[in-house]
Ligand binder design. Structure first.
Ligand code: ADP
Ligand code: MG
Length: 727
């Protein structure tokens, strides 16, 4: 198919079309044309469509078929197999209606195609007698039965497809609640395409980009996504339109990234100082090669004048803390400060304990005293700090007496000023918003923008990262430190108080180790039988774990009490901690070797993986037991049994949940990804990102692509599009 631009006037203008205009129709033009202009769309249909979010011709054209049926190859009567579900595209031969016992009605429709015939019965749906007429074409979906010697279907899902005779029939999304049938919608699409024929649909993507990728033109693709001549044509059309969706999102993300790099004056850090090498050689273990590679990537960013904006992805236990500390020390060795921000006070406190230990005994140059140096100072700042202590910490942050500060979002509250904030590490990015990152960047002090490293223990697939965190560079710690014994994961089913999992807990405690038991609820579920922390602790202490020292923990306890319970567990004063997911992140007790998750099917893959990461932190072999009351298949639990690799699990998760959740969580680009799939279109995502970099680096505000710029502001939400124009 030729590009639409080269053939805008090759066909005759359709009736009712505006006078010939040489300019092809842009998405903006199509968005301005009301659906009411389409043939057969009256006021009633118009309001029904509006409720479904379809109000313009553009909305019609970008409502893509749910599936296509090739009537020459599939959906034939001769291929039907009794007891299986199937779709058939057939012609109505005759319709009969009668009353059966109990005053109920039965409508029987005889349908046929070139390969055979079929009887379809509808029970208690008298309107079916009026719905069908001989000669109509319908799509039927249902379970195939056998009655005497002939095939039949009862109460199938019906889609009226009119008298469409094309070989490939598009089926549009149409629920029972939508009075617009797939067939009506197809007619609207056809009419819309017809109206675009004279002027053509504009193609705002540079031809060299689509050409290099072998993608068809926009107009041709728009036609073929709805009315393909062949399966190949449809595949190419889908790729083209999916590419356009991805390109729009990537252009925004890449423009944001570049604007950030350009607009901010960063620090050129001293990357060849003595502090970082001293820190690394003082560690009781050699770095993993992934840690070394990641630190090198960060140092390269830090040496450059543009501020770093990097995501560090690493599975639980991959050793992110060491990398974060190396980044902060790079700032410190050049006379700047480092800050680490955690999502909760508990996590901030744990980071503080860990980082203080790692940095104990290090000194930094100090011209203000006789020895020329002083102890490196690490402080914790949370809302729990007493007023006087808080005042002192704030003063020392402002005069540079504190080198590394660890805290929660209290760090970005007003009143916190730094002498010179050089590197900021944000742990668990998914709990922070983009605005919070921005607020922290503005805290720098000297006017330069600090470098930002975001750490996440929630692995997400590479291409998803590119879309969700597309404004960041990404480093991956894809290797666990050596010497870890892999966690053996088992599934347990049946009543939660029976089963081997409790034997495993007892064995561990007898060997001097500890265990976690996690369940989904704090309180009893009045109308369900999901285990609760309170009931479970009681049941276990009187039942399978009798005689062991149990404690329970959940988020509703006062912070001090929670800390006391955690402390006792850390010291080994309790054997088993029964908890909600409060222990999901950050809890680090190497002596805990068994994790039992009760009602594991209530949790997501990522969450189960995080929970499992609480064990296997020492050298002893660890076990994880995932319990489900049901014995049937549980794909998420089975995925965890099969793999301990967070990235592999993230792929499975994406597979099982679909990308909606992921994009929804990130609230980015969700408005515009109708065809593109983070799962299926990996190569396209990479291509779109590459093309976006080339275009933005060439022309940062896309001044030479006004159509594309305009389309982005049309298709993406205002906040998304704003980034492109803020430069
Ligand atoms: P993460 O934050 O990525 O879950 P941590 O930074 O908490 O992981 O590290 C987990 C454990 O592994 C810590 O006890 C840490 O001291 C240890 N560790 C980190 N790097 C290494 C390494 N290269 N070799 C051995 N142990 C390491
Ligand atoms: Mg950690």
């Amino acid at each position: 198919m030729a590009d639409s631009r080269s053939t805008p006037s090759s066909s005759a203008p359709s009736s009712g079309a505006p006078p010939a205009d040489p300019a092809p129709l842009t998405f903006r033009d199509l968005a301005a044309i009301d659906v009411g202009v389409l043939k057969g769309v009256g006021e009633r249909t118009r309001s029904v469509l509006a409720k479904a979010g379809v109000s313009s011709v553009l909305d019609v054209l970008t409502t893509y078929p749910r599936r296509l049926v090739d009537r020459s190859k599939e959906a034939r009567i001769c291929d039907l197999v009794p007891d299986e579900q199937a779709l058939v595209l057939v012609r109505v031969e005759s319709v009969a209606s009668r009353r059966i016992r109990g005053g109920r009605s039965m409508v029987t429709v005889r349908v046929a195609d070139d390969t055979g015939s079929l009887d379809v019965s509808f029970f208690n749906q008298p309107f079916r007698a009026r719905q069908f007429a001989a000669g109509q074409h319908v799509a039927l979906f249902g379970k195939v039965g056998r009655y005497r010697s002939s095939l039949q279907m009862s109460n199938p899902v019906v889609d009226m497809i009119g008298d469409r005779t094309g070989r490939i029939v598009p089926i549009y999304p149409s629920g029972d609640s939508t009075p617009v049938t797939s067939w009506q919608f197809a007619a609207m699409v056809e009419n819309a395409l017809e109206r675009c024929r004279a002027r053509g649909i504009a193609d705002p993507v540079p031809a060299d980009v689509t050409g290099r990728l072998g993608l068809p033109g926009r107009h041709a693709a728009m036609r073929a996504i709805h009315l393909p001549e062949s399966a190949e044509e449809h595949v190419a059309a889908r790729r083209r339109l999916a590419f356009d969706e991805l390109l729009r999102v990537q252009l925004v993300l890449v423009a944001r990234k570049r604007a950030y790099e350009r607009g901010a004056r960063g620090l050129r850090h001293v990357v060849d100082g003595a502090l970082v090498p001293a820190f690394v050689s003082a560690l009781p273990f050699p770095l993993t090669s992934a840690q070394r590679r990641t630190i090198d990537e960060i140092l390269a960013d830090l040496a450059a004048p543009a501020p770093m904006h990097r995501l560090l992805q690493g599975d639980v236990g991959s050793g992110k803390t060491v990398v974060a500390v190396a980044a902060m020390l790079t700032a410190v060795q050049g006379g700047h400060q480092g800050a680490l921000m955690a999502p909760t006070e508990v996590l901030a406190e744990q980071h503080f304990a860990g980082v203080s230990r790692l940095l104990d005994g290090f000194v930094v140059p100090d011209g203000g005293n006789l020895f020329g140096d002083r102890q490196l100072r690490v402080e914790l700042l949370t809302s729990r700090a007493a007023a006087a202590q808080r005042r002192e910490i704030l003063a020392s942050l402002a005069d540079g007496g504190i080198d590394v500060v660890i805290g929660t979002h209290a760090l970005i509250q007003e009143g916190v000023a730094f002498r010179s904030l050089g590197v900021v590490v944000i742990d668990e990015q998914h709990r922070f918003g983009v605005e919070q990152r921005a607020a922290l960047r503005d805290k720098s002090g000297g006017g330069a923008t600090p470098d930002v490293l975001i750490m996440t223990a929630t692995p997400i697939p590479r291409t998803a990262a590119m879309t969700v965190y597309g404004d960041l560079d990404v480093s991956v710690l894809d290797e666990l430190p050596p010497g870890r014994t892999p966690i053996a994961t088992h599934r347990a089913t049946g009543p939660h108080l029976a089963g081997e999992q409790w034997d495993a807990v007892r064995r561990a405690v007898e060997a001097g180790q500890q265990a976690y038991v996690v369940c989904p609820r704090i309180d009893d579920d009045p109308d369900g039988d999901t285990a609760s922390v309170q009931r479970l602790e009681l049941e276990l202490s009187q039942g399978p774990l009798q005689g062991l020292r149990l404690a329970s923990l959940h988020g509703r306890l006062p912070a001090a009490e929670r800390e006391g319970i955690m402390d006792a567990f850390r010291r080994g004063a309790t054997d088993v901690l029964v908890a909600t997911t409060v222990i999901e992140v950050g809890v680090d007790v190497p002596n805990a070797t068994v994790m039992v998750v009760v009602d594991a099917d209530r949790f997501g893959i990522a969450q189960l993986h995080q929970l499992r990461g609480r064990v296997g932190r020492g050298s002893a072999a660890s076990e994880c037991w995932l319990h489900t009351a049901e014995r049937g298949p549980s794909p998420r639990v089975e995925a965890l049994v099969a793999s301990t690799d967070g990235f592999a699990l993230a792929e499975v998760d994406l597979e099982l949940r679909g990308e909606g959740t992921l994009m929804g969580a990130a609230q980015k680009g969700e408005s515009d990804l109708k065809l593109a799939s983070l799962r299926r279109d990996r190569d396209l995502i990479e291509e779109a990102r590459r093309a976006a970099f080339a275009m933005v680096d060439d022309d940062p505000a896309l001044a030479s692509h006004p159509d594309l710029r305009d389309e982005i502001s049309l298709m993406l939400t205002p906040e998304e599009a704003a980034y492109l124009f803020k430069s």
